[in-house]
Design a protein around this ligand. Structure first.
Ligand SMILES: C[S@@+](CC[C@H](N)C(=O)[O-])C[C@H]1O[C@@H](n2cnc3c(N)ncnc32)[C@H](O)[C@@H]1O
Length: 264
């Protein structure tokens, strides 16, 4: 359920309703209308191919979230997009359909990336797929630096108006830090981060007692809590966490108070 749309976590806590999540989800999805350029049939065949070839096909975002990404991209009109975690390209394709800009997407799994590359992306969007090299250092942070390092930096470097983070959860803080320390986010840039409520388990991750049966999941939930807290404590940015899908954060640079209303 957590990957398919509204979680029961979201419906109980945020919609103030006892309606069944499946019923709500069906309603929400049937009432949403796709944009004319939303490549639904391409995404459906991509989903089918991914399910056929990958045991971990559940890693794909659900179709309704793909529509959200497309729509959100259209709203903010990014010129440059950075995606971390391509997998087979479902989110990449959805973003590509909503922009005429350029997308740089990073993935470490060559098998998944080959499907992403062969997918018929919306033709006018240049997509640069970056293959992560195999682990070049025993420490994960260097691994992260390695991939992000391939993106040109410096004064004339690309700044991204949209960043979508959807990769290994234990590295979310590293990804964010890399983006900020390399000044990769434009002033109007938005970072979208997936899975920040991780099956609704993240609030429980702060409790000291952990169900031993759920140890692995709770470890990930704790990493995501650490990420959420890290962003909350960073004075440069503001974040809003939406209890949608598996939890989605919207992060942007803090608004500057430059325009005060005149004294009366
Ligand atoms: C949740 S999936 C991405 C799903 C994709 N956004 C979609 O909508 O279909 C996460 C992906 O991140 C990749 N990944 C994990 N750690 C990575 C890393 N350090 N660098 C690059 N890719 C990584 C995984 O191989 C996996 O394909």
């Amino acid at each position: 359920m957590f990957r398919t749309g509204l979680s029961s976590f979201a419906t109980k806590r945020y919609l103030n309703t006892n309606a069944k999540p499946t019923q709500l989800q069906e309603y929400v999805e049937s009432m949403s209308s796709s944009g004319a350029t939303f490549p639904k049939s391409i995404l459906e065949s991509l989903q089918a191919e991914t399910r056929q070839r990958f045991r971990d096909a559940h890693k794909m975002i659900p179709l309704h979230q793909a529509e959200f990404l497309y729509s959100f991209t259209r709203m903010i009109r990014p010129e440059n997009v950075l995606e971390i975690g391509t997998f087979t390209g479902l989110s990449t394709t959805s973003i590509a359909a909503g922009t005429q800009g350029r997308i740089i997407t990073i993935e470490r799994d060559s098998g998944a990336l080959s499907i992403a590359k062969s997918t018929r992306h919306v033709s006018y969007v240049p997509i640069v797929c970056i293959m992560m090299e195999p682990l070049c250092s025993p420490t994960i942070p260097l691994y992260v630096q390695f991939s992000v390092k391939k993106i040109p930096t410096g004064p004339s470097a690309t700044k991204f108006d949209l960043v979508f983070i959807d990769a290994d959860k234990g590295n979310y803080i590293n990804y964010f830090n890399q983006i900020m320390s390399r000044s990769l986010l434009s002033d109007r840039g938005v970072i979208l981060v997936d899975n920040v409520l991780f099956r609704g388990l993240v609030p429980q991750a702060m409790e000291s007692e952990i169900d031993p049966q759920n140890k692995g999941l709770m470890r990930t939930a704790r990493q995501l809590h650490a990420f959420n807290q890290h962003i909350k404590d960073d004075p440069r940015v503001e974040q809003i966490i939406l209890p949608l899908y598996d939890g989605l954060s919207i992060i942007q640079k803090k608004a500057k108070l430059t325009c005060f209303p005149p004294n009366r």
